[in-house]
Design a protein around this ligand. Structure first.
Ligand code: ZN
Length: 485
């Protein structure tokens, strides 16, 4: 404080006392009686929570007040959306997209700053996520969260936090880390070189679809074959023809290989034929489009662009339609991939690391799902695999796969009412009984057969409609169908 006072006196800066706050952090736990602090004769106002850049810092550093804050914020939006779902017919599928793109982002905002992965944090977050899952699926409130996650194709929120934190660590610190027992080599990720050049100095990159034969015609190609990556360019000119082969690190992408082929071709020309007009052909549209894009995120693309001049013409050729030069380059690139030594060591593409992280998340989710004990066993029998693309949002569909829906068995299980089905044919009296076998609803069952699989009923539009009709009938006529015991 004294130093601050000295400094402020020297630099003629004064601090607004009313805007200064004190938040005490202790090494262990928290301060019950925090130290008294004052500055220039006035004491500081003590705060237990402090909001900075949208993150609530708390004096225990456990992140719970932040989760509470973002949770409330998100649930307020969710309430509006739920009203829209019931009154305006917003579909659960749209709600899922809104959750994934917007609401989830609110929840995991700045996760690296507050996410510790503690049991408390996990529980709070998952109870917030549960409300969203119920809104999307329209399921009964007793349905387990794990089953809801699988039915709606939404991964557990704590896994998303793990993923975001890991990605931040890799991107910012180039850290190698272990996620769910698998090593992720963040330090080997390629670094995006962002050379700050003024947009006015950029030249527009142009290319066409012609094949031009001239003094210096070059065909380039990149190839990935049996886990190895190669790039090559072939020169055909009137005087000579030659091939140059390069092997890249095994983790490289085809995009990187295609770009390296072009880059090496340009380098070769600069060294050996700097004055000649040169035509470079490639079959990679993605590299050409990346070259044209003003937002350059890739250092290879940046390097190629900086070497392009008016005498280099780019052309796109269709692959595998028998263009001689392109076929030769393709063969050469495949041969390059089999070389003994790596010539061009490059980093792992960012996208590959991202994909690896996402795959790890899904496999962790799958492992949890397989270990799920009692809750969700019925659902596991129908959906053994977790899938992001799956989304059940009709409440009758969800009731059927979770076996949480209006039926005597459900009412007995949760001690709501003691009753059974009037038909008296089946002791279980669960939803399956009504969908597949109850004789009281036989007149509604035109296509569904008693032995049908639930998955078959769900995936067949007509069977699905019939099942929904049956369950709706049960819902509307429960007085006539259930008898008190
Ligand atoms: Zn019955």
């Amino acid at each position: 404080m004294e130093q601050l006072d000295l400094w402020s006196g020297k630099s003629r800066v004064s601090f607004a006392h009313e805007k200064t706050r004190l938040i005490p952090f202790a090494k262990k736990g928290w301060y019950k009686h925090p130290p008294y602090c004052s500055y220039a004769g006035k004491s500081f106002k003590l705060e237990r929570n402090l909001k900075m850049l949208g993150v609530i810092l708390d004096d225990r550093l456990n992140g719970l007040p932040h989760i509470e804050y973002t949770g409330e914020k998100m649930l307020r939006i969710l309430n509006r959306l739920t009203i829209a779902k019931h009154k305006r017919g917003l579909s659960g599928k749209v709600l899922k997209v809104l959750y994934k793109r917007a609401l989830e982002r609110i929840l995991v905002y700045a996760a690296p700053a507050w996410w510790r992965g503690t049991v408390n944090q996990k529980n709070r977050l998952s109870s917030i996520q549960r409300k969203v899952l119920l809104a999307i699926t329209g399921a009964f409130r007793t349905t387990s969260t794990v089953a809801l996650q699988v039915a709606s194709g939404i991964e557990p929120i704590d896994l998303v936090c793990d993923l975001d934190s890991a990605w931040y660590d890799i991107k910012k610190n180039h850290a190698d880390l272990t996620l769910y027992g698998t090593r992720v080599e963040g330090s080997k990720m390629e670094v995006a070189e962002s050379a700050p050049t003024h947009p006015s100095t950029w030249t527009t990159v142009q290319w066409d679809k012609c094949i031009t034969n001239s003094d210096l015609t070059i065909f380039t190609d990149g190839s990935k074959i049996e886990g190895q990556v190669g790039a090559a360019f072939c020169i055909t000119s009137e005087t000579d023809s030659q091939e140059h082969l390069f092997r890249l690190s095994d983790h490289c992408s085809v995009f990187q290989a295609e770009a390296v082929a072009i880059q090496e071709a340009i380098k070769w020309r600069k060294k050996h034929r700097p004055q000649s007009i040169c035509h470079i052909h490639t079959d990679s549209l993605s590299v050409l489009l990346a070259l044209q894009n003003h937002k350059i995120s890739h250092h290879l693309i940046h390097r190629i662009r900086s070497h392009l001049d008016g005498n280099i013409n780019l052309h796109w050729v269709k692959a595998h339609i028998g263009i001689e030069g392109n076929e030769a380059a393709d063969r050469a690139a495949k041969e390059a991939a089999t070389k003994d030594m790596v010539d061009v060591p490059l980093g792992i593409p960012q996208n590959s690391i991202k994909r690896q992280l996402k795959d790890l998340l899904v496999s962790e989710w799958q492992q949890r799902w397989d270990k799920t004990s009692e809750n969700g066993r019925v659902t596991h029998g129908i959906f053994p695999q977790v899938k992001r693309s799956r989304c059940l949002f009709n409440s009758f569909d969800v009731q059927l796969v979770t076996n949480h829906g209006l039926c005597p068995q459900y009412l007995r299980r949760f001690n709501l009412r003691s009753c059974s089905c009037r038909c008296g044919e089946d002791e279980r009296d669960d939803l399956h009984h009504y969908v597949f076998s109850c004789p009281l609803l036989g007149h509604l069952r035109r296509r569904i057969r008693p032995g049908d699989q639930i998955l078959k009923v769900l995936s067949h539009p007509l069977l699905r409609e019939e099942m929904r009709l049956i369950l709706r009938t049960v819902f509307l006529n429960e007085r006539n169908l259930f008898q008190e015991l």
